[in-house]
Design a protein around this ligand. Structure first.
Ligand code: GRG
Length: 296
């Protein structure tokens, strides 16, 4: 296993490797895609994929394209979320949003380009394993895990509920749906896909799924807390938007102290799920702790 910083360095070193050169006529596309990828980001999701694959005995080389695909999907979702038709934001990762730099049409295309590059990547990898049915199955399972949790029953369903929720009375059920799908699905996908690539058994998948959903929901609850009392300079995005746009925010429904208590409860539950692995799972338990106190 590597440290989080080592995983991040590996990802950053290969970040744009899979971005196509579309030729002179469409060079603006690659420029806009690379801008949002390179402008910053914690690389949480791809690091989780590499770490879970290594934990289950798999190799970084096999997992890297899937990790990059995850970061491409995550980055596309941020670009589209920032558009005037969605959250309408000028600032992301501490820099002007994609549409502020390249215009709305290019920002839509950059998001489309990143999503389709991810799909191309995860469907292309299994083709290398025609002669090894076990590996081929592991790769196809990982590819399906990523694309389904990113899709219309996953992150996009969560984003839809988030937007529709602006005109609804926020309920605990609606908040939970948004946390699970808008945010936790794209944190659960890399954990499960990494394990699947390594051929992990159902018992390990189940324990890590509990862990991933818990840290994913906790991530959104802290995002809700930070929108109210975070530091805009550290976060690199505009704060106070949930109140301004009438968004469903855990702390508006349950109160800020309950939000903090739930964040702590979920972090403990996530770590408990991996207790059977003892110190062997310390990468994941330490990550859960650091996410609980993150400031950005
Ligand atoms: C537009 C289909 C579509 C989906 C958008 C990701 C998303 C769904 C909206 C962005 C707004 C938001 C609050 C999402 C919840 C997940 C989240 C907190 C994303 C930010 O993730 P970080 O903090 O970002 O890991 P970095 O920049 O560090 O990669």
């Amino acid at each position: 296993m590597h440290s989080f910083n080592e995983y991040r360095e590996i990802i950053n070193a290969h970040l744009t490797d899979l971005i196509a050169d579309p030729g002179e006529e469409a060079s603006a596309l690659a420029e806009a895609m690379k801008y949002s990828l390179e402008v910053g980001g914690k690389r949480l999701r791809p690091a989780l994929l590499l770490a879970s694959c290594e934990f289950a005995g798999g190799s970084i080389e096999e997992a890297l394209p899937y990790a990059l695909a995850l970061e491409y999907i995550h980055t596309y979702s941020l670009i589209h979320d920032d558009l005037p038709a969605m959250d309408n934001d000028d600032l992301r990762r501490g820099k002007p949003t994609n549409h502020k730099v390249f215009g709305e049409a290019m920002a839509i295309l950059a998001g489309d380009g990143l999503l389709s590059t991810a799909a191309e990547t995860v469907t292309g990898c299994p083709l290398e394993y025609y002669d090894d049915p076990v590996k081929m199955k592991n790769h196809v399972r990982a590819a399906h895990e990523i694309m389904s949790r990113a899709g219309a029953r996953g992150m996009i369903a969560g984003q839809t509920a988030d937007i529709k929720g602006e005109s609804l009375e926020p309920t605990a059920e609606l908040i939970r749906f948004i946390e699970l799908h808008k945010t936790a699905d794209l944190i659960t996908a890399p954990v499960r896909a990494g394990l699947m690539l390594a051929g992990a058994d159902d018992d390990m998948l189940e324990k890590f799924t509990v862990y991933a959903i818990d840290i994913g929901v906790a991530f959104q609850i802290l995002d809700d807390i930070l929108d109210i009392e975070g530091d805009q300079a550290l976060l690199g995005k505009t704060l106070g938007k949930d109140a301004e746009q009438g968004k469903c925010n855990y702390a508006f429904v349950h109160g800020i102290e309950s939000a903090k208590a739930e964040l702590h409860r979920l972090t403990s539950e996530a770590k408990d799920a991996l207790a059977p692995y003892g110190n062997g799972a310390s990468f994941f338990t330490a990550l859960a702790d650091s996410l609980e106190i993150r400031k950005y």
